[in-house]
Design a protein around this ligand. Structure first.
Ligand SMILES: [Zn+2]
Ligand SMILES: [Zn+2]
Length: 251
């Protein structure tokens, strides 16, 4: 299905699913709560990030009382701050797979709504970013899948938080293999020169932007985009990161 037709279908499905039908829990099919397709019990069961590092959202070592993790203290995290809705574990991993590959839009929408709550909390005493930049899909992959899950997340967040969305500022100029199953070094190599900035974006003068992705594991994608964004700016740009789930590789 072409992306244009899919866009119309998505908007229609969205209207029926999210405006007309009462919220239903995506995990147990009981009534949802707070206008969200999750019930209270299932929401409490979702894998939370215990004490996430404000820099990269990885859990801080328990009992150390540090403000940032070792990686962030050493300046190895290239984004200013990271917010995630959940830890990438059961059942969130299955929900995201359904959202990404099987058009289970309600799963994406419910997790995005949790992410919006975490963002409001995280930014209580600091300025929100000025524009949302979804991580792009390569046009060929977009044609196969019909939609970019990061753009759907960004659309919901744009509405919920009243922040403009720059849907096509970032472009994917090279097809890459899926990152899943690759080591950190392979992921980095896989993404080299994969992204570019749209010409019309290069003159934009934002100070704070936020990247939107579904799952963040090694930050390879994010770091590559940060490099592209900073390359084109004379003034340093503050780049934030928001994602549905934070994962990490076991060593
Ligand atoms: Zn439930
Ligand atoms: Zn950190």
């Amino acid at each position: 299905m072409s992306t244009k037709i899919w866009d119309c279908v998505y908007q229609w499905l969205e209207f029926v699913q999210f405006r007309l039908l009462p919220p239903t829990c995506i995990l147990c099919q009981r009534a949802g709560q707070n206008g969200r397709d999750l019930c209270h019990a299932c929401e409490l069961e979702l894998p939370a990030l215990a004490q996430p590092c404000p820099g990269c959202a990885l859990p801080l070592p328990p009992g150390t009382g540090t403000v940032l993790c070792g990686q962030c203290l050493q300046g190895r995290t290239r984004v200013q701050t990271t917010v995630a809705a959940c830890r990438y574990a059961e059942p969130v991993n299955q929900l995201i797979t359904g959202f990404k590959y099987q058009r289970q839009l309600a799963a994406g929408r419910a997790l995005t709504s949790l992410l919006a709550d975490n963002i409001r909390e995280h930014y209580r005493n600091r300025c929100l970013p000025q524009v949302l930049l979804p991580v792009p899909l390569h046009p060929q992959r977009l044609r196969e899948r019909g939609y970019n899950q990061s753009l759907l997340i960004a659309r919901d967040l744009s509405r919920a938080l009243d922040i403009p969305l720059a849907a096509d500022a970032l472009q994917r100029q090279r097809m890459t293999s899926p990152q899943q199953g690759l080591s950190a070094r392979e992921r980095h190599r896989n993404l080299r020169n994969a992204f570019a900035l749209a010409p019309h974006w290069q003159d934009e003068c934002y100070q704070r932007v936020v990247l939107i992705d579904d799952v963040v594991t090694t930050m390879s994608t994010v770091n590559e985009i940060v490099r592209v964004l900073q390359d084109n700016k004379e003034q340093p740009l503050e780049i934030h990161l928001w994602c549905l789930a934070r994962a990490w590789l076991d060593h």
